[in-house]
Design a protein around this ligand. Structure first.
Ligand SMILES: Nc1nc2c(ncn2[C@@H]2O[C@H](COP(=O)(O)OP(=O)(O)O)[C@@H](O)[C@H]2O)c(=O)[nH]1
Ligand SMILES: [Mg+2]
Length: 196
């Protein structure tokens, strides 16, 4: 068993069908699959990102659909540095669920940075296509000091920008707080693998 180091933990959260697994797949494997439902267990991906001359290892966790039952174990987001909260802007309920997960997360992980992500932007041609008012979403983000991003896993837009910002924010935080990183054990390096 080899050991590898994860500098920081990032979790994906949001409603079922919000586009979490697709975002994960696009970022980790640079793929877009129409059917993502075959994931078993929690997926874990490791990506090394270069930021301002430093290399940081991001551990990215995706659910296996347990969010459908609103029964994600707290273990899933325990000690997460950053949380990507996905929602489908064409579905009001998806945004409501996003707010639910932020609340759940913040109950225990008070210092976890939140990145609010409107997914599937290839399906949006104007602000009128949003099912919730875009202005309300922007106000919500601003009020809570969450960064707001727009992505399309299908067309690979906004994805790198999101993860680069997460890595950059982590480095800034890390410079202020020189505390330890999380150690993980795996048989595989730099790949996705079932976990937990
Ligand atoms: N058009 C489009 N469809 C997407 C995109 N991301 C995800 N989907 C579709 O939305 C559905 C749910 O995506 P999935 O990633 O499984 O969502 P999850 O349940 O949050 O993990 C699937 O049918 C995906 O193909 C995107 O960027 N564009
Ligand atoms: Mg999924």
């Amino acid at each position: 068993m080899s050991t590898f180091q994860v500098d920081f933990k990032v979790v994906l959260l949001g409603a079922s069908n919000a586009g979490k697994t697709s975002l994960f797949e696009r970022f980790v494997n640079n793929k877009f699959a129409r059917d993502t439902k075959t994931t078993v267990g929690v997926s874990f991906g490791l990506k090394t990102i270069g930021v301002r001359g430093s290399q940081v290892a991001m551990g990215l966790w995706d659910t296996a659909g347990q969010e459908r039952f609103e029964s994600l174990a707290k273990m899933y987001y325990r000690k997460a540095t950053s949380a990507i909260i996905c929602f489908d802007p064409t579905k009001r309920q998806s945004f409501e669920k996003a707010q639910f997960w932020i609340k759940e997360l913040r109950e225990t992980e008070i210092n976890c940075s939140v990145y609010l992500v409107a997914t599937k932007m290839d399906q949006i041609s104007s602000d009128d296509d949003w099912d919730i008012s875009k202005k309300d979403v922007m106000n919500f983000a601003k009020k809570n000091k969450f960064k707001l991003f727009e992505t399309s896993a299908k067309e690979n837009t906004g994805v790198n920008k999101l993860f680069a910002m997460i890595a950059q924010d982590y480095l800034l935080r890390d410079e202020q707080d020189e505390n330890g990183s999380i150690k993980l054990h795996s048989t595989e390096k730099n790949s996705t693998a079932g976990c937990c």
